[in-house]
Design a protein around this ligand. Structure first.
Ligand SMILES: CC(C)(COP(=O)(O)OP(=O)(O)OC[C@H]1O[C@@H](n2cnc3c(N)ncnc32)[C@H](O)[C@@H]1OP(=O)(O)O)[C@@H](O)C(=O)NCCC(=O)NCCS
Length: 173
């Protein structure tokens, strides 16, 4: 398993045991949250899902010290993202940062990490859809080099039950 430590965060692949926590996080962060079945589908090998754990205490797993007690180490999921790669294209399907931790650079780090993973599996471009009203996400994507390439009419439902257009964005990776 690939594990990359970044300061006090670590990235790891999504596993079946994470699904309940991801459904809960999705519910508090997204206007039209994915349900359990959507996450289960993403465990299929054509998808690649990654979690950012906040490591509340340094893990001692790789420590040579036998006297270090790591039983209190606690990892909490603070963000996740999922992409699908088909041939040389990748599609960012979901990216969420815990609302209490937003605005601290986690989303930017996670998206950079996801782009690297997509490139590693041979993708040369990444596509995504975003609600036109989602200014925080659009601003993140624009600042990371994504360009608006198309519009999908009535793609999302709003909380008020109306339909909202999506911007399709793309960047070479
Ligand atoms: C979009 C999201 C993933 C960004 O994650 P984040 O950790 O808050 O973002 P970061 O702190 O890394 O900020 C990166 C950039 O995003 C933009 N951004 C983040 N929050 C913003 C806000 N409230 N308003 C405007 N722009 C914002 C800015 O461009 C920011 O760059 P800057 O800090 O240089 O100004 C997060 O807001 C989120 O989970 N939103 C709910 C789920 C969602 O909408 N996902 C996208 C679906 S397409």
């Amino acid at each position: 398993m690939v594990e990359v430590a970044v300061e006090h965060f670590s990235f790891r692949p999504i596993e079946a045991a994470d699904i309940d926590a991801l459904v809960a996080l999705e519910k508090i962060a997204q206007e039209s949250p994915w349900g359990e079945q959507s996450f289960k589908r993403c465990l299929n090998p054509t998808f690649s899902g990654w979690i950012v754990d906040a490591v509340n205490q340094p893990l001692s797993v790789e420590s040579e010290r036998s006297d270090v007690d790591d039983s209190d180490a606690e990892n909490t999921i603070c963000a996740f993202a999922i992409f699908q790669a088909v041939a040389d294209e990748s599609h960012l399907l979901d990216i969420v940062v815990d609302p209490e931790l937003q605005g601290q650079g986690i989303g930017r780090q996670l998206l950079g990490f996801i782009i690297d993973r997509a490139r590693e599996v041979g993708a040369i471009a990444m596509y995504l859809e975003v609600r036109q009203s989602n200014l925080a996400a659009k601003s993140l994507y624009l600042s990371m080099g994504f360009l608006e390439v198309a519009e999908r009419k009535n793609y999302y439902k709003t909380l008020a039950g109306e339909m909202e257009n999506a911007s399709v964005m793309m960047r070479a990776i």
